[in-house]
Every structure is written in structure tokens, then in C-alpha cells.
Design a protein around this ligand. Sequence first.
Ligand SMILES: Cc1cc2nc3c(=O)[nH]c(=O)nc-3n(C[C@H](O)[C@H](O)[C@H](O)COP(=O)(O)OP(=O)(O)OC[C@H]3O[C@@H](n4cnc5c(N)ncnc54)[C@H](O)[C@@H]3O)c2cc1C
Ligand SMILES: *[C@@H]1O[C@H](CO)[C@@H](O)[C@H](O)[C@H]1NC(C)=O
Ligand SMILES: *[C@@H]1O[C@H](CO)[C@@H](O)[C@H](O)[C@H]1NC(C)=O
Ligand SMILES: *[C@@H]1O[C@H](CO)[C@@H](O)[C@H](O)[C@H]1NC(C)=O
Ligand SMILES: *[C@@H]1O[C@H](CO)[C@@H](O)[C@H](O)[C@H]1NC(C)=O
Ligand SMILES: *[C@@H]1O[C@H](CO)[C@@H](O)[C@H](O)[C@H]1NC(C)=O
Length: 560
Amino acid sequence: MDHLGSWRFLKVFLPAVFALHHFCHAETAPYYSFVQEATSAPLVSYYDYIIVGGGTAGCPLAATLSESANVLILERGGSPYLDPINKTDKENFFLPLLDPSPHSYAQAFVSEDGVYNHQARVLGGASVFNAGFYSHAETDFIKEAGLDGSLVNDSYLWVEKKVAFKSPVLQWQSAVRDGLLEAGVLPFNGFTYGHINGTKIGASIFDMDGHRHSAADLLEYADPMKIKIYLHATVPKIMLITEIGSRPRAEGVIFEDALGVRHTAFLTKDSESEIILSAGTIGSTQLLMLSGIGPAHQLEALGIQVVMNQPMVGQGMADNPLNGLFIPSPLPVEVSLVSLVGITQFGSYIEAGSGLNLAPSLVQWISKSLVTILNQTEAKVNSSSLLGARLKVGIIIEKVNGPISTGHLELQSTNPNDMPKVMFNYFQAPEDLRKCVQGMETLINVVNSKAFSKFRYPTISTQDLLNLVATLPLNLRPRHLNTATSLEQYCLDTVMTIWHYHGGCHVGKVVDQDFRVLGVDDLRVIDSSTFNFSPGTNPQATVMMLGRYMGIKIQQDRHS
Ligand SMILES: Cc1cc2nc3c(=O)[nH]c(=O)nc-3n(C[C@H](O)[C@H](O)[C@H](O)COP(=O)(O)OP(=O)(O)OC[C@H]3O[C@@H](n4cnc5c(N)ncnc54)[C@H](O)[C@@H]3O)c2cc1C
Ligand SMILES: *[C@@H]1O[C@H](CO)[C@@H](O)[C@H](O)[C@H]1NC(C)=O
Ligand SMILES: *[C@@H]1O[C@H](CO)[C@@H](O)[C@H](O)[C@H]1NC(C)=O
Ligand SMILES: *[C@@H]1O[C@H](CO)[C@@H](O)[C@H](O)[C@H]1NC(C)=O
Ligand SMILES: *[C@@H]1O[C@H](CO)[C@@H](O)[C@H](O)[C@H]1NC(C)=O
Ligand SMILES: *[C@@H]1O[C@H](CO)[C@@H](O)[C@H](O)[C@H]1NC(C)=O
């Protein structure tokens, strides 16, 4: 077959294979007739709303807008429903994160801080492989964002009807709960969606059987006649028109299918039509820059035509630091992933998981370090009895709220598939470091509590546990002589991400209160890139709520 012939063959054949594959799994997952491979898209099409990124915000937003207009989602990843259902179950949380293949739901990267991190690449976004905890924003967050409280509540409820479940609290999680109470993270607030100081049981997008639900399930609310979703549709650029004497205006987007063929989707001439970026903190920020909206000197250096010099795009990006301990247990531990949270008065959140499948490489690291450390102590622990594919290990972590420290994003190339350079400057603000140290002190008190005693070896001291993490290659940052003996140094050296990064398109700096890009017509950004702070203990409830909320707001504007 000549080159063109094989290309034609693929173009006809591939979508058929994908379609068949989808059909075969239809009974185990929602089958959406409106989800198709981008290879099957016409070269030119028209929609009232074009949403870039079918992620945690994009799915509820599109489903809502389809109630009264024609909507297109362009998603660079594939469907979350084609793989075996257990791939994203609770016990397999670490597996997508450690899967280096280009088909992994999680695109791995290392930030300039030397911390491993991930960006979503699948319909449903990060909700398809995150830790599942579901908890509302603090009331101050809603107030400061100027959102309508009653529509916020209705929108949370709309999300919860489909994807929120009460988390089971078995033996190990109960011990953590009681340990938090002993450590003074009071009062106990029982089960609640609300963000209240003290210890609480939260909801989860994992159901009682440990099966995951995600923002993609919210597409069940969509009107199938008014929505179209293309997968493996990567948007390299928003098309902006600039006419002399008027503001730049978004008129359409370019998208590339799996075969590299470029398609164009235009807005209908309807005056209310809009393009909405929901490509996530990194994706939306990157896409504004690729489209010519960003710091002029940076764009010019890459040969991007500057549509609007906007120095704030990519500034003020932040990631909440995560630090914690691995705690080998003499007793079996249940499979659990963040059923509860300790909300401390000083601004650190404590969460935990146990009995998870760790990839063989991680098991090897932990075993090796553990054996060495146990050999150096008086502990009479048979280290090989701790190890197996599923370690008898619990993990307790703390997240610094806010944070105050911020960084920035810089493009590395004009290729939308290349990760931009991202720097978060963890712990640059002393207050963030202070919260981490206090959080670690509280966490250590939980481990040392009476309630938790049956799930730890008395012979493995908390200093041994700190030593263990200090010797694991969990990031690429330098270790120091006092990494494991000074909690300050421990926070700095063993920092990881809780993947709650946000910012880059802040409200008031890049978008207005209604998330319209400042200085540009027919273009909004609705996702985690607009947040000044990470909402609540964990952001996804609020990201999904915002998608629904803005879908309603935009429809109200359209009809008034
Ligand atoms: C491992 C992990 C664990 C987490 N645990 C929790 C938790 O337990 N609880 C919680 O509340 N939060 C958790 N989070 C955070 C939460 O999942 C995210 O904050 C949230 O999902 C972000 O939503 P978003 O809509 O901003 O972006 P995303 O959900 O990332 O959606 C962006 C979408 O845009 C697509 N996209 C990007 N660029 C383009 C382009 N150029 N063209 C086309 N498509 C594009 C991406 O493929 C993606 O699907 C976790 C996150 C991770 C990664
Ligand atoms: C999923 O379940 C199948 C069948 O029980 C099993 O063979 C497979 O190993 C499981 N996969 C994961 C990632 O747990
Ligand atoms: C929204 O719900 C919260 C929590 O239930 C409640 O405190 C608040 O008063 C509600 N707001 C409105 C405007 O109904
Ligand atoms: C909860 O803790 C915060 C500090 O994180 C504090 O500002 C606030 O006053 C506390 N609220 C209550 C009701 O105690
Ligand atoms: C344990 O320590 C002893 C004495 O220091 C040493 O000989 C041995 O090699 C160590 N074993 C392991 C597995 O590190
Ligand atoms: C340690 O545990 C392993 C696996 O449980 C067992 O095979 C081995 O005999 C034990 N070794 C000692 C010294 O108890």
C-alpha cells in the first residue's frame, strides 16, 4: 500500500475498531452514542458552545449547556469506559500514576521543583484516576468567589446524585479517626460534605464496592441530540480574530485527531456563542499562550503571534505540598483510600489510605529501604513478612492548605503535547513550612496514639518511619544530613504533590468574575486554573460544582 493508501485505510478502519471496542463494553459502563473518535469528525463544523477539555469541570458544564444549545467537547484523551472496570478501582490507585505508556490516563511530568506530578489525559479528566475524596469548599471560598450560595448548593446536589457515595470506615480508617481525635483534631463531626474544623467522615466517588465513578458519568445528564464529544482531539490553538478598533474575538478552534489530521470547529453566528477552556490548570494556561494570549516576550521567543500581551497568564500557579509517612502494620489492613479527614485549626489537612496495590518498582524500593532501616534498629521485625504485592502498609499524609507560595508556568515549545515548564516554589513562604511542620507533628501524634497502636510495630519508632521516607526516591530533591531529624528539613526534602495544583488564569487577573477572559470576546476559562486557593480539603467537588453552576449561569444569560 502506498503512503496515502495506508493513511486512507487507517482513517476508515480505526474509528470502526474504536466503535466496536466501545460497543463490546457497553453493558459495564454508560454507552454514550455522542462520544466518537475525532478521526470521524468532519473537517469543518459549527457549534453554539465549544468546550476544550472533557475533564472534571468540562463534563458537567457541557452536559448542562446541552439542555438548550448545541455543544461540542474536544478531549485529547480517550474513553475511561473501555478498560476493565477494576483498572481505576480504589485498590489500584497508584497504577495509572506509575504507568509510563502514552495511553496512560495520567501524563507524568516532573516540575521544576524536582517533584513527580501528573496531568490528566482522558474523558473525565483527573476524576478518572484521583484518590476519590469528595468534600465541599469552605464557605469563605464561595463568598470570596462571589458565587450565589443557593445555586452553589443546588449544583453540588446535582453532582452528588450521580457520583458521590458515603465512604466506608473499617478497622484501619477507624484507628486513624480515633488517633486524630486523641491528637486533638476536634471535634468529631461525623459524616458531612461540609468543611468544618475537626475530624470528619467524607464522601467519595468510589462506591461501596470500591468501583470508581467520575465526572464522565455526569454526561448521563446530557441531551444526546445536542452534544458531541470527540476523543483523541487535541487542540493546539484557539482561533482569535483581531479587527482594527475592536477587541480580539474567539471564532473557533483547531483540533488534531489521532492521525494528525487537522479539523476546525467554528462558533455559530449566534451572538451568545462561546468557546470555553476547561483544559485544567496546566492545559488552559498553556492553550491561552499557544493562542497568543500571554506574556509577549515569552510568546515572541517561540514565534507565536501575540494577540494580546497578558503578563498574568501562567503567573501565581500553586500546588499544595504533601508530606507523610508509610507505616508497616503487624495486622492486615483493609483496602482504603481517604474515607476521612482531619481539618486542623492551623491549616493542615490529614488524610490516609491503606492496603493499596503498589507497582513492583515501588514495592522493591520500600522493601529495600525497610530492610536496611530495620537492620539498623533494635526492631525484631521479619521484614519479608511485611512485603508482598499488596503491602501491609498504611499511608498517612498531610496537605498544607492555601498555599501562600506560588510559582509560574512557561511554554517550552509550540507543540500542545509538550509539557510546559511548571514551578511551584513549595515552602517559599515560611507560613507554608510552619503548617507542614505542625501537620507532621500532629500526624506523628496520630501514629503514636493508643487507638492506632495495633496497626504499628512498637519496635519501629517514628524516627525509623521518618528515616524510611527520607531514603525513598519519592522525588528528585536533595537529601540532607538532617532530612529525617528536623521536621523543617523533612518537609522541604520529602515533599510530594497531592495533585491539587491550581491557578495560572486567576479571577481578576486573567478572567473576570464570570470567568470571561479579560480583553477578549466569546472566550471563557472554567476549571481549576481560575482558583486562587485550592477549595476545601480536596477540590474535585467544587470543580464539578463549578461546571454545573456556570452551565446554569450561562444559560440564564442567554435567555435574559
Ligand atoms: C492523582 C490525583 C489524585 C487526586 N485526588 C483527589 C481527591 O481525592 N479528591 C479531590 O477532590 N481531588 C483530587 N485530585 C484533584 C482533582 O482531581 C483536580 O483538581 C481536578 O480533577 C481538576 O479538574 P479540571 O477540570 O481543572 O482539570 P482536569 O480534570 O485535568 O481536566 C482537563 C481536561 O482537559 C484535557 N485537555 C488538556 N489540554 C487539552 C488540549 N489542548 N486539547 C484537548 N483536551 C485537552 C485533558 O485531557 C483533561 O481531560 C487529585 C488529582 C490527581 C491527579
Ligand atoms: C482486574 O480483574 C481481573 C479479573 O479478575 C484480573 O485478572 C486483573 O489482574 C485485575 N486487574 C487489576 C489491575 O487489578
Ligand atoms: C448551602 O448549604 C450550606 C450547608 O448545608 C448551608 O449552610 C447554607 O446556608 C446553604 N446556603 C444557601 C444560600 O442555601
Ligand atoms: C477553624 O480554623 C480556622 C483556621 O484554620 C480558624 O480561622 C477558624 O476560626 C476556625 N473556625 C472555628 C469555628 O473554630
Ligand atoms: C544487617 O547488618 C549486619 C551487621 O551490620 C550486616 O552484616 C548485614 O549485611 C545487614 N543486612 C542487610 C540486609 O542489610
Ligand atoms: C519471615 O517471613 C517469611 C514470610 O512470611 C517466612 O517465610 C520466613 O520464614 C520468616 N523468617 C523468620 C526468620 O521468621
